[in-house]
Design a protein around this ligand. Structure first.
Ligand SMILES: CCCCCCCCCCCCC/C=C/[C@@H](O)[C@H](CO)NC(=O)CCCCCCCCCCCCCCC
Ligand SMILES: Nc1ncnc2c1ncn2[C@@H]1O[C@H](COP(=O)(O)OP(=O)(O)OP(=O)(O)O)[C@@H](O)[C@H]1O
Ligand SMILES: [Ca+2]
Length: 509
């Protein structure tokens, strides 16, 4: 029996014979095969109708062939779909190979078969629909994944649909095509629904959230795409689609944000007061500028140079491995996430909820240019290492970064370091703490009537300026930027829910 592909003892090893190469050895792991299909050599076409370049000699000598599509790793964490074609003399042997590979693929239970896809047509550069149709849908079809696609018609459409209507049992996962705001909608829809179905009260800061079982996949089509970038390593739609197809999963911390014991929102990336709150508030009025709005508002906010007075209280994470100044980075299978994540397993009461832990709170009063709580690195194309490069995706902690009032020049130095190899925390006016939970109270806050105060903000502001004629006229309040959404309250309590309660179909590579 003669056939040009060697059947090795190790199943995934093939001997490739295409593009005129003879006997090129090529190993593909089954877990990275996307699809296999028989090739109609005589007609010179594949069953998907695309022409296959094949040397005339091979076609005559080996009339049967099949093509394997698989994941090929490219530059900077990018993944691409590649094809390799194998030829042989016997149709039966060819079919045997195809059938065996299909059986192996079916046995991979972590791979999704049915997905619910939400597309935000207005995210980022408004390319969501095009990106999905041209780059992602053909890959899902190739991998035999069926989809139900919903193009959102208004903000919170996806959140409300997931929370109340979607027949989640029919799907192995949900996918959002958009930016961090769309991902946040998915998190809110799924987490809220899971808590409601399990009778958990979201308003109680002490209640442990029930983890979601459905995974969320992100096809990046937003302005910052920090969740995608920080988990996959790149914001590239094809790479993300391939991670989803092969069933990759990464647990993620979800924090809940409360005001006066009332639940406000969940956060997975950045909770920022001062600089990032002001950038967001200004940029929301300039959505028409697309992603460039952040640079414009960033520059403007940098020039205004407002600082905010208040009290930050936090519970340092003392029972964990790792610090925010570590040189190591959180990657798929991260040891620190595994270790610290166990502190939240079913039979472990999180230590920070024990009464003796209550004394561990630290209080810092001051004037801050920025208060940033990063539950993950917040790496994004603007800052490839992120706000807190050593933060962990699923360790149950948040890195609290306090940037005190300093000169514009020093603040610029601090910002610039987010884009270079230099340490942005190694500056006298910056401190960083890895925390379990934190609270913030603005100086002029009178807790329960704070909203009224904000409405009378102008009055208060002018009062402060009259009282301090030499002040730099910083307003009393900034806004909280919660994963790209403005929160209506300045005083908040934040607690990392801790347990890796969310899965995203992506992983760092
Ligand atoms: C001189 C260059 C300095 C560059 C410094 C870059 C630091 C960038 C750090 C980015 C951190 C992103 C955190 C992610 C937050 C997301 O949950 C959220 C939702 O998508 N995005 C934003 O809020 C969007 C936030 C976007 C913030 C953009 C800030 C741009 C600052 C520009 C300052 C210019 C000063 C120039 C002075 C000459
Ligand atoms: N059909 C729609 N019309 C208007 N707004 C929508 C629609 N669908 C979703 N949205 C809202 O658009 C907001 C922004 O979307 P998205 O996060 O996808 O893009 P972005 O803000 O440009 O990117 P990033 O969040 O990465 O900065 C989200 O908060 C979402 O609630
Ligand atoms: Ca974390």
């Amino acid at each position: 029996m003669h056939h040009p592909f060697k059947v090795g003892f190790c199943f995934p090893k093939f001997l490739r014979r295409d593009k005129g190469e003879s006997g090129t050895s090529h190993g593909v792991s089954v877990s990275e095969i996307l699809a296999v299909r028989e090739l109609d050599v005589d007609s010179g076409t594949k069953d998907d109708g695309r022409w296959q370049k094949m040397p005339q000699k091979s076609t005559e000598a080996y009339p049967y062939a099949f093509t394997v599509s698989y994941v090929e790793r490219a530059w900077q964490h990018r993944w691409r779909c590649s094809d390799v074609t194998f030829h042989c003399l016997e149709g039966a042997l060819c079919q045997q190979w195809v059938q065996t590979i299909r059986e192996q693929l079916t046995a991979l239970t972590s791979r999704p078969k049915h997905l619910l896809v939400y597309i935000n047509p207005y995210g980022g550069k408004q390319q969501g629909e095009r990106i999905y149709e041209q780059k992602v849908a053909p890959l899902f079809t190739l991998a035999s994944i069926s989809t139900h696609v919903i193009v959102t018609e208004h903000a919170n459409h996806a959140r409300d649909h997931l929370r109340t209507e979607a027949e989640l049992k029919k799907y192995d996962g949900v996918v959002c095509v958009g930016g961090d705001g769309m991902f946040s909608e998915m998190v809110h829809g799924l987490v809220s629904r899971t808590q409601r179905d399990n009778g958990v009260d979201q308003n109680s800061p002490e209640e442990k959230l029930v983890p979601c079982t459905l995974r969320i996949g992100i096809i990046p089509a937003g302005s910052t795409d920090c969740i995608c970038y920080a988990t996959v390593g790149i914001n590239d739609p094809v790479t993300s689609a391939l991670h989803i197809i092969v069933g990759d999963a990464q647990a993620m911390d979800v924090c809940s944000v409360h005001h006066n014991n009332t639940f406000l929102r969940y956060s997975v990336s950045l909770l920022g007061y001062g600089f990032y709150g002001d950038v967001l508030a200004d940029s929301e009025r300039k959505r028409w500028m697309g992603p460039a709005r952040y640079d414009f508002s960033g520059f403007k906010t940098f020039l205004t140079h407002h600082y905010y007075e208040g009290t930050v209280s936090f519970l340092p994470a003392t029972d964990i491995l790792g610090t925010p100044r570590d040189k190591t980075r959180c990657r798929a299978g991260c040891f620190i996430c595994q270790h610290n994540g166990q502190l939240y397993s079913e039979d472990h009461q999180p230590l920070f909820l024990l009464p003796e832990y209550k004394g561990g709170w630290r209080v810092i009063r001051g004037k801050f240019l920025a208060i940033n709580a990063a539950s993950m690195s917040c790496a994004c194309p603007r800052s490839p290492k992120g706000l807190s490069p050593a933060a962990h995706l699923a360790d149950g902690t948040t890195d609290l970064i306090l940037v005190r009032k300093c000169s514009r020049f020093n603040f610029l130095r601090h910002l610039l370091r987010h884009t270079s190899k230099y340490d942005q925390f190694d500056m006298t006016f910056v401190e960083v703490h890895r925390v379990r939970r934190f609270r913030f109270t603005p100086r002029y806050c009178q807790s329960d009537s704070e909203l009224d105060l904000r409405e009378n903000g102008k009055k208060l502001f002018s009062q402060i300026c009259r009282d301090h004629p030499a002040c730099s006229c910083s307003p009393a309040y900034s806004s909280w930027n919660c994963d790209g959404e403005i929160l209506p309250h300045a005083a908040i309590e934040n607690l990392p829910v801790g347990q890796p309660s969310l899965h995203s179909s992506v992983k760092g590579t």
